[in-house]
Design a binder for this molecule. Structure first.
Ligand code: FAD
Length: 128
């Protein structure tokens, strides 16, 4: 990890299922189940085959390093289709509103949601 100039890295990502919890201090906790671990392992085997063909030696894998947490304030659950909570003038617009397991990078979706909400708040969307 500390020898980047001599290292070829492949990141393995997999779509998991919704689950986990928030801690009282705002942290995120989730244990991967057997199926999710197997998906990542399959990805690792593929990455390993690619690296081998590229001539890599000393191939190793790290532990689980990152996640894209979200889904804690789901659309259709705690916010409506306009991202409004049950309270007037209180909206949520970030990755927490995405109601399903993503499996894909979310930034474009979030920019879209932000622009849509801005229009809605400015009264331009035509929706209620
Ligand atoms: C290593 C890494 C690589 C990634 N690569 C990609 C990628 O290639 N493509 C992609 O689409 N997505 C990628 N993501 C995911 C993406 O960055 C996040 O999912 C996305 O930024 C989430 O947006 P958000 O608005 O929900 O939260 P954030 O972008 O985290 O925004 C939350 C904001 O709230 C602020 N904040 C927090 N607490 C408070 C507080 N109490 N008061 C005021 N402000 C507060 C924070 O400072 C922050 O600015 C990556 C994430 C990581 C960690």
């Amino acid at each position: 990890m500390f020898s980047r100039r001599n290292t070829l890295q492949i990141m393995v990502k997999a779509r998991d299922e919704l689950g986990g919890r928030l801690t009282d201090s705002g942290g995120v906790r989730k244990n991967l189940d057997k199926n999710e671990k197997q998906k990542l392992l399959r990805g690792y085997e593929r990455a390993r085959a690619i690296l081998k063909k590229a001539g890599a030696k000393n191939i190793f894998k790290t532990g689980y390093l990152a996640a894209h947490p979200g889904g804690t304030v789901k659309i259709g659950d705690l916010v409506d289709a306009n991202l409004k909570t049950e309270y007037d003038n209180l909206y949520v617009c970030d990755c927490s509103v995405i109601p399903e397991a993503w499996g894909l990078p979310p930034t474009l979706t979030l920019i879209g949601l932000g622009k849509r909400l801005a229009k809605h708040l400015a009264g331009e969307s035509g929706s209620s």
